[in-house]
Design a protein around this ligand. Structure first.
Ligand SMILES: [Zn+2]
Length: 89
């Protein structure tokens, strides 16, 4: 970038000021009462319009399985085991 094109801090700040985060509109889940995004499946109980859409427990188990598989792939499982052993002592 050419020096002539550079913006000072004030110009950068005023540009970014318009990109501020807006509060997400949250609604309460009719099943479990947790806050969720409107027109979305509830992350807490996995229902939409009172109908079970996602089996939350199965989904959690699936994600855990994937995580542990990835860890084993990277060979981090041994280091984690060492840590837990050290913590126990
Ligand atoms: Zn819910």
């Amino acid at each position: 970038m050419v020096v002539r094109m550079r913006l000072n801090r004030s110009q950068t700040g005023s540009r970014r000021s318009d990109k501020g985060y807006k509060k997400k509109a949250l609604v309460l889940c009719s099943e479990c009462g947790a806050r969720k995004l409107p027109h979305r499946v509830c992350n807490n109980c996995g229902t939409y319009k009172g109908r079970m859409v996602i089996d939350v427990n199965a989904e959690v188990a699936r994600l855990e399985k994937r995580k542990s598989a990835k860890r084993a792939e990277r060979g981090e499982e041994t280091s984690d085991e060492k840590k837990t052993v050290e913590e126990k002592k």
